[in-house]
Design a protein around this ligand. Structure first.
Ligand code: C2E
Ligand code: MG
Ligand code: MG
Length: 282
């Protein structure tokens, strides 16, 4: 149990057993068992959050965000169950479901509207990942150019050539690869040379703190980096007009956040896209 505690804190640490650790381990095991049942009972749902082009103000797509509608635990946020699903390996079938579901929902959206899906490192490492992505597109009829896979820096830090090969293969099909939570990981810029991504998503902690002049300088630098490399930059967690204004002036391409739109149910997202499209025609 001390070993598990150390591992969960990012390794390279030591931990002595402390009373209470067994309770934590039991809770974690219960969570993993519950997740397995939840997948069988189809208790997971996706919400969709719009992403806009800052210059035109038009919605360009949406990100699929997973929620667990548990009869005993209530509505559980992904931060409270994704890690457990990764540890138990359940993220592989769960992530496959998310991809299929997101594509089938996006199939009903106006043409060209993009769908972004989060994928975790464990998923990409599984041998069948590329096949499951291709199958989600084929079944839904969504063209590859409309699908965006959001990965985190840890995926590219993975030394395994197989992971990079899988991502390259998907990119060649026209699927876009976005680097999520940019700036919070190791941020070794070396991997931007090893693997060319299509999009960088600046982590919302930077946007939250953009009033600070040093943070604003970092944000402007990331936007400049994207422009130089021909990578679309999206700001996450945009909550105020003032933040959007700073981003617009800095030349940021896209924005996502509560100011633009809250994550909402598939039906509400479809309605939003329809009314936006109608008002554009008018
Ligand atoms: P993420 O991919 O960075 O997703 C953005 C998160 O920021 C979402 O949290 C969203 O609700 C939240 N957010 C959006 N706009 C704002 C804002 O203006 N202010 C603030 N404070 N928050 C905002 P959520 O839905 O709780 O998801 C958390 C994380 O869980 C995601 O971060 C993603 O890493 C992971 N996740 C979600 N769905 C999936 C999935 O299907 N598969 C995998 N592997 N991970 C997922
Ligand atoms: Mg994301
Ligand atoms: Mg993010």
């Amino acid at each position: 149990m001390a070993l598990y505690s150390g591992k969960s804190e990012g390794r390279n640490v030591y931990r002595f057993f402390e009373p209470g650790m067994d309770a934590l381990v039991r809770a974690r095991l219960a969570l993993e068992t519950d997740l397995e049942t939840a997948l069988k009972r189809r208790e997971f749902v996706l919400e969709f959050q719009p992403i806009t082009n800052i210059a035109s103000g038009k919605i360009v797509g949406a990100e699929a965000l997973m929620r667990w509608n548990s009869p005993t635990r209530g509505l559980v946020a992904p931060d409270d169950f994704i890690a457990a699903a990764e540890d138990s390996g359940l993220i592989v079938p769960l992530g496959e479901w998310a991809l299929k579901q997101a594509c089938s929902v996006a199939a009903g959206w106006p043409p060209g509207m993009r769908i972004a899906v989060n994928v975790s490192a464990v998923q990409i490492r599984s041998a069948d990942f590329a096949r499951s992505v291709i199958s989600a597109l084929a079944v839904s009829g969504v063209p590859a150019s409309r699908l965006e896979l959001e990965i985190t820096e840890t995926v590219l830090m993975d030394e395994s050539e197989r992971v990079l090969k899988t991502l390259r293969q998907l990119r060649e099909l026209g699927i876009r690869i976005a680097l999520d939570d940019f700036g919070t990981g190791y941020s070794s810029l070396g991997y931007l040379r090893r693997f060319p991504v299509d999009k960088i998503k600046i982590d919302r902690s930077f946007i939250h703190d953009i009033d600070n002049k040093d943070t604003a300088a970092i944000v402007r630098t990331i936007i400049g980096l994207g422009a130089e490399l021909g990578i679309t930059v999206t700001a996450e967690g945009v909550e105020t007009e003032a933040q959007l204004d700073i981003l617009r002036k800095a030349g940021c391409v896209e924005a996502q956040g509560f100011l633009i739109g809250m994550p909402s149910k598939a039906a509400d997202m479809a309605r939003l896209l329809k009314t936006r499209a109608a008002s554009r025609r008018a």
